[in-house]
Each structure stands twice: as structure tokens, then as C-alpha cells.
Design a protein around this ligand. Structure first.
Ligand code: NCD
Length: 355
């Protein structure tokens, strides 16, 4: 069975096919109206979400299917201490496919290891968010016409931003991608992504300290939420925050065809005045999320007989995962590692370097 846990679970060709299928759904929606007739999707959301959960729900409904689930783990057996594995084994009896969001990293991968139905990772901790990435790719394709040879500015919380991590992994497979990383020192991209993704795929990247100095080079400006609580002090936050706020003045320096993306919610990093700019694509991006999820649900249901080849791990004597927010340190899940760039063992659930 195929699941979608990480963007790289899809080959570049499969990714392109899902984006193309989403475009066909946009053009010929009525042809897909009965595709999931009689099928059920469960949305298991252990963490708050508005657009991701509702877009999964809308996607399944537009395919003629039904949706059940929870959006607050406190109202489910989880509050009695049920593990992710048990919950999924139970829910798998009732539905055909599951979308799961969890604050614990690796929870969807753990779920996939026992699930009788396909699992879609709808965001796990700071780790991964592959359906947001498919949304982003469809948006870039529709706004700019292509996914190759793009200079992409990623701005804001690059350390904890799972949407950023997933987008980088996906873009590494397109020719000529150049990244410009725009973040305060506290929120720079984790080293493992620089080494294991950018360096491995020979993707050019550089780090800068403000939007202003690079905006003129960018084809895509990907904005993300900067959370005040990530900073050591309010003064420190106040000192850096304006470098990472997009306004009409900064937009004057941008290319005529640049696209501004944001996974949303925004909390002040894009001023409202920018919304009227035709390059502001973030509200169109939300709409694209529904179509790409429709395409993904169709594909995963077709691929039920295919094998999952990614996320193969081994137990290594004496090694543990040091991440307290990883599923293997939160629930009875065995440590499992895979060898990555530079002969380093990383946890298969959260990608943290083993110790
Ligand atoms: C993002 C997420 O949840 O990771 N939002 C989303 O899925 N649309 C970004 C965020 O919460 O800041």
C-alpha cells in the first residue's frame, strides 16, 4: 500500500502527475463528482487546523465521498491514553483512507506501519507537510507556468516551518532551483536539510538577512509565520521582525511576475495592503489545496496494491533518537534509523541525527 508521509515518497514523475490531475479536476470538475462514491475519509487531527482539515473534507465531498473523524483529540479515546497505532487500527476498520495531523513528529509514519488503509500526513510537528507542498507546487505551476529554473525566496521561520522543509525537498528535484533563505539567526534552516537535501541534490542556496536585498531576483517569495515565542526576548523579536514583513514598498522592488505564497495563517508578516497586488497568490493557493488533495486521494486509492519503498529503517545497537517530540520517545515505538549523507544515522520518524 502507498502512503504519503513525506514529499519524497512521490517520485518527481508522480508529483507532476498529481499536479496535472489537479489541473484536470479544476478544468473538468464534474467528471470527478462520483469518483469516491461510497468511500470514506477519516480526518484524525490531533493539532489545530482550519484550512488543511476543511480542504481535505471539501476534497472528499467533491469526489462524492464521505468524511468522519475528530479535530480535537481530547474528544477521542486518545484522551484515555490510546496509542496512535491502536487508534489507526480501529479507525482503519471504518474508512478507506486517513488524513492525520499530529504534534508528535513521525506519528503518521508510525500509523502507516500498522494501517490497513492509506495514510496521508497532514502535518507532523516541525517535520513535514507534504500536502501543503503539493498545494504550493500546483500554485507555482498555475501562477508561473513551470516548476523548473526558479529562484525561490523562503522567508520567516525556516527552523520549525514544516511547510518550508517539505517544499525544499520537493523543489530539489526540479532543474535549476535556487533558494534564498531569508530568516533571523534564531530561525535558520536546520543543517540536516542543507546537507541532506540542498548539498546532495546540488541545489544552490544562500542565506540573507532581509527581504529587501533579494526581492528583485525572486520568482517566488514564500512567506511563513514567525512566532514571537521562538525568541529569547521580546526585544530581540522586535529588533528583527520588520526585516521579515512584506509590504507594498518592498513589493516595488519585485519582478512583475513574482508570486507571493504563504501556507497561512499569517500573523502580520504580510501586510493587508499587499492583498490587492496581483502577485499576491496566497488566497488562490488555499483554493488549490482542495484540488490537489482531490487528486491525491484518487491516486492513493488507485495505488493500494503498490508497495511503499521509502522509510526503511534498521535498529542500531546503542543508538537512540534524542528528539523528545518524536513518536519513538512518546509512545512504545522501537527506534529505527537510516543512513544518510556523511554516514550519519537519522531517525526514520523525525530525521533527527541519532545519538
Ligand atoms: C501551516 C502548518 O500548519 O504547518 N499551515 C497550513 O497547513 N496551512 C503553517 C502554519 O501553521 O504556520
Amino acid at each position: 500500500m502507498r502512503h504519503l508521509i513525506d514529499p519524497t515518497d512521490l517520485t518527481r514523475q508522480e508529483t507532476d502527475e498529481i499536479v496535472a490531475l489537479a489541473q484536470d479536476i479544476i478544468a473538468n470538475g464534474d467528471r470527478y463528482a462520483e469518483k469516491m462514491h461510497g468511500k470514506k475519509l477519516a480526518t484524525l487531527f490531533y493539532e489545530p487546523s482550519t484550512r488543511t482539515r476543511l480542504s481535505f473534507t471539501a476534497a472528499m465531498m467533491e469526489l462524492g465521498g464521505n468524511v468522519l473523524g475528530f479535530s480535537d483529540a481530547a474528544s477521542s479515546s486518545v484522551s484515555k491514553g490510546e496509542t496512535v497505532e491502536d487508534t489507526v487500527r480501529v479507525v482503519g476498520n471504518f474508512v478507506d483512507i486517513i488524513a492525520m495531523r499530529h504534534h508528535v513528529e513521525g506519528a503518521p509514519l508510525d500509523a502507516a506501519s500498522v494501517s490497513p488503509v492509506p495514510i496521508i500526513n497532514a502535518g507532523d510537528g516541525s517535520h513535514s507537510h507534504p500536502t501543503q507542498t503539493l498545494t504550493d507546487l500546483l500554485t507555482i505551476k498555475r501562477e508561473l507556468g513551470h516548476l523548473d529554473n526558479l529562484t525561490i525566496g523562503l522567508c520567516g521561520d525556516l527552523l520549525y516551518g514544516r511547510t518550508v522543509h517539505s517544499l525544499i525537498k520537493a523543489m530539489a528535484r526540479y532543474e535549476g532551483t535556487k533558494l534564498v533563505l531569508i530568516a533571523p539567526d534564531e530561525l535558520r534552516l536546520p543543517d540536516y536539510i542543507k546537507h541532506d537535501v540542498c548539498d546532495k541534490f546540488g541545489m544552490e542556496y544562500r542565506e540573507v538577512a532581509s527581504i529587501e536585498e533579494v526581492i528583485g531576483e525572486l520568482d517566488v517569495l514564500y512567506m511563513t509565520r514567525v512566532q514571537r515565542e521562538r525568541f529569547a526576548s521580546i526585544e530581540e523579536y522586535e529588533r528583527v521582525k520588520d526585516c521579515f514583513v512584506l509590504d507594498c514598498e518592498k513589493m516595488k522592488g519585485a519582478k512583475e511576475k513574482m508570486a507571493v505564497l504563504h501556507p497561512l495563517p499569517r500573523v502580520g508578516e504580510i501586510l493587508k495592503e499587499v492583498d490587492a497586488d496581483p502577485r499576491a497568490a496566497y488566497f488562490r493557493q488555499v483554493g488549490n489545496g482542495k484540488f490537489v488533495r482531490m487528486a491525491l486521494i484518487c491516486r492513493l486509492m488507485e495505488w493500494r496494491d503498490k508497495e511503499m519503498t521509502t522509510h526503511k529503517g534498521v535498529a542500531v545497537e546503542g543508538l537512540r533518537c534524542p528528539n523528545p517530540k518524536c513518536i519513538c520517545n512518546c509512545e512504545p515505538v522501537d527506534y529505527s534509523f537510516s543512513l544518510s549523507e556523511g554516514d550519519v544515522y537519522r531517525c526514520i520518524y523525525c530525521s533527527t541525527q541519532a545519538e
